[in-house]
Design a protein around this ligand. Sequence first.
Ligand code: CA2
Length: 142
Amino acid sequence: MKILVINGPNLNLLGLREPEIYGKATYEDLLAQLRKDAAELGVEAEFFQSNHEGALVDAIQGAYGTADGIVINPAAYTHTSIAILDAVKAVGIPTVEVHISDPDEREEFRRVSYIRQACIATVKGKGFAGYTEAMRILAERR
Ligand code: CA2
């Protein structure tokens, strides 16, 4: 089983700013943890991060026929992007939405998630462990 883990804008800067919200660990630390988790779950994981909406859409489209599941933290595009929602709907790949923080407990503008309606689950407010849980949700559907 292959899972594509997609991260959106600014998540490449994890650990550099706002540690009170996103923690002190870096994006590379996240990938290291997820590589271990994938091995334990017996799944193959691939990773993609971009600051660009179209590149995220391209990555979702590229998963068609190659990935069995998608874990995605669209970051700020969660709250704005119908294009990313449409891409997830178009490929029809089981997708889990992840957020490190709980956007529903933050500013009003973070309460909307366009992508949520196309996802089989949402994991939020659990830090990096949320990505592990998301991969487990997909792995358990095998
Ligand atoms: O909690 C999450 O995972 C978010 O998806 C993170 C997004 C935010 O726009 C969403 O509302 C919730 C922001 C990611 C920004 O990442 C940073 C990394 C380092 C320093 C500052 C921000």
